[in-house]
Design a protein around this ligand. Structure first.
Ligand SMILES: Cc1cc2nc3c(=O)[nH]c(=O)nc-3n(C[C@H](O)[C@H](O)[C@H](O)COP(=O)(O)OP(=O)(O)OC[C@H]3O[C@@H](n4cnc5c(N)ncnc54)[C@H](O)[C@@H]3O)c2cc1C
Length: 505
């Protein structure tokens, strides 16, 4: 991306999530006149902050993975993460409690992780080393070919055969089949598959190439920014403003209307016309709620037929006293998690015996809880579209707290000083997420790589998408890169002739 290639272009961005803020910084650096409209009173999107009674919670993401991508983002503006926040590498990566009473720490050091695997199954230590070597190769090929330098959809298709011929990438078969080839013990299979939930998928519907995720946690490490993910969001907003972007909060866009002069954006009673609009709101919501009918070449059925990643039942708990033995990241897993995934993707229902995740950032960072207290966040992945009225939430909350006490020995009842929850309808109403998915379009085979919705809205020039529902996909690092990709697409459209545009399709 060169400087000033977009001088004179007025660009509106709808939404200040990770993708919107990244796009704002990159487009601003390229010389565009950027205005970000965010409906909430804060930036960050699902990565917001909840505060009360001296506790501070990250509302959404809590695993800071792929630190190199954050370095790349800040580096593009001659900054580095350390200018804004202190990063700590966690060890263990996480702790697991199974419902049969067993527990394990997955260490940051891969050699120690191999020992842990060996202790469950003879030969599994070596199998892990082989698996991680393959995962590393898949990660490097995947990043180089599909993720970091934007390859247009056209070029991606041309290069797909080359990429697949490389050892390590496979679109054939699911993660479940692939992992079963390496590990016999069901618990070991879980330990290398749990990261699929980050992609909004399950072992049964995610292609085997996503073994690369094991390199992300075992190889690259799990980090935490002191102060929480909100520090990263604040840093991104600072960088975007430094690059000249204006960020307006409490500014809900109610319509995007094509006109002869560009795209008109309606916010409250105000209207402004921009050369281009980048929507960080989900493309499904943008096309169904903000654009006039028929404005894009995509049928309404398209969005009905997609596979959406899980929604989440989130509990934010400010707790008095300690919560030993919970770690910074703790997974509580049934030994058979098949029925839980089935309740998300096959037969949507509230799970009876859920797998869930508990985050206690105050274990690492005392600034997020008052003295003698802990900040606890529980995330239970659940099916999008579920009814989540107050009675249902209350009953499920009680079920989870009872399970936590039984499975980890940590009884929180009677010492909760702050409590909030978020569920399906909050993601739908607050963020425009289709069916209330928390994560967006799952990375199933037909929603991966070039098959994900493009950065360019089909059939409507000058409208673009950025964020987790477009390329490269779900997660903070991917959304950071998405802002870079959409900027490249806009630069190609502004500068390019017809051939560039064809290649950029
Ligand atoms: C509970 C949870 C846990 C997660 N855990 C992790 C994790 O540990 N690690 C990780 O890397 N990723 C994690 N993720 C995924 C990651 O957080 C997301 O992929 C990423 O933050 C999504 O960013 P986005 O750019 O798609 O925008 P979003 O966060 O979806 O933001 C879109 C923005 O658009 C705004 N908007 C929508 N409509 C309008 C409108 N009409 N007018 C104005 N503004 C509008 C919304 O208010 C919002 O601010 C998690 C997600 C969730 C929900």
């Amino acid at each position: 991306m060169g400087d000033d290639e977009l001088t004179g272009e007025s660009i509106a961005i709808v939404g200040a999530g990770f993708g919107g803020l990244s796009a704002a910084a990159h487009l601003g650096a390229a010389g565009a006149d950027v205005t970000v409209y965010e409906r909430h009173d804060h930036v960050g999107g699902v990565a917001g902050r909840i505060e009360g009674e001296g506790f501070r919670f990250d509302a959404g993401p809590s695993w800071y993975l792929m630190p190199e991508v954050f370095e790349r983002f800040f580096g593009a503006f001659d900054r580095e993460p350390g200018d804004f926040y202190e990063l700590v590498r966690l060890d263990p990566n996480y702790r697991v409690f199974w419902d049969d009473g067993d527990r394990a720490d997955v260490p940051a050091d891969p050699a120690a992780a191999a020992e842990l695997f060996e202790s469950y199954e003879p030969g599994a230590g070596e199998a892990l080393e082989t698996y991680l070597a393959d995962a590393k190769e898949a990660y490097e090929i995947g990043m180089e070919r599909f993720v970091v330098p934007k390859r247009s959809r056209f070029r991606e298709c041309l290069s797909l055969d080359v990429a697949l011929s490389a050892r390590g990438l496979s679109l054939i078969g699911t993660m479940d089949d692939h992992v079963a080839d390496h590990f016999g013990h069901p618990k070991l299979r879980q330990l290398v598959q749990y990261t699929l939930v980050f992609l909004g998928g399950s072992p049964y519907n995610t292609p085997a190439l996503y073994k690369l995720m094991s390199h992300v946690d075992y190889g690259l490490g799990v980090y935490y920014p002191i102060g929480g993910i909100a520090e990263v969001v604040d840093a991104m907003a600072t960088v975007a403003v430094d690059q000249g972007a204006r960020i307006e909060t409490n500014a809900e866009v109610s319509a995007i209307t094509p006109t002869a002069d560009g795209l008109e954006v309606t916010v409250g009673d105000g209207r402004s016309v921009h050369d281009r609009v980048v929507s960080n709101a989900s493309p499904a919501y943008t096309e169904r709620e903000l654009l006039p009918k028929g404005a894009v070449d995509r049928s309404a059925d398209y969005w009905e037929e997609r596979t959406y990643g899980p929604s989440a039942f989130m509990l934010y708990l400010g707790v008095e006293g300690d919560v030993d033995p919970l770690e910074h990241h703790t997974l509580v897993l049934p030994t058979d998690w098949g029925p839980h995934f089935e309740s998300i993707f096959e037969e949507p229902r509230w799970p009876e015996n859920p797998a869930y995740y508990v985050n206690v950032p105050s274990r690492t960072d005392p600034t997020v809880a008052p003295d003698g207290c802990e900040t606890v966040v529980v995330l239970v992945p659940i099916a999008p579209g579920l009814e989540d009225g107050p009675d249902r939430r209350e009953a499920f909350r009680d079920r989870i707290l009872e399970g936590l006490a039984a499975e980890t020995g940590v009884d929180l009842e009677g010492r909760i000083r702050f409590e909030e929850h978020t569920c399906v309808s909050d993601y739908a109403d607050g963020f425009g997420k289709p069916q209330g998915t928390a994560l967006g379009l799952a990375h199933t085979l037909r929603q991966t790589g070039p098959l994900r919705p493009s950065h360019r809205a089909p059939g409507l020039d000058r409208l673009y998408y950025v964020g987790g529902d477009t390329g490269p996909g779900i997660g903070m690092p991917m959304c950071l890169l998405s802002g870079e990709h959409v900027t490249q697409a806009i630069e190609a459209d502004v500068a390019g002739g017809p051939l560039d545009r064809l290649l950029a399709q």
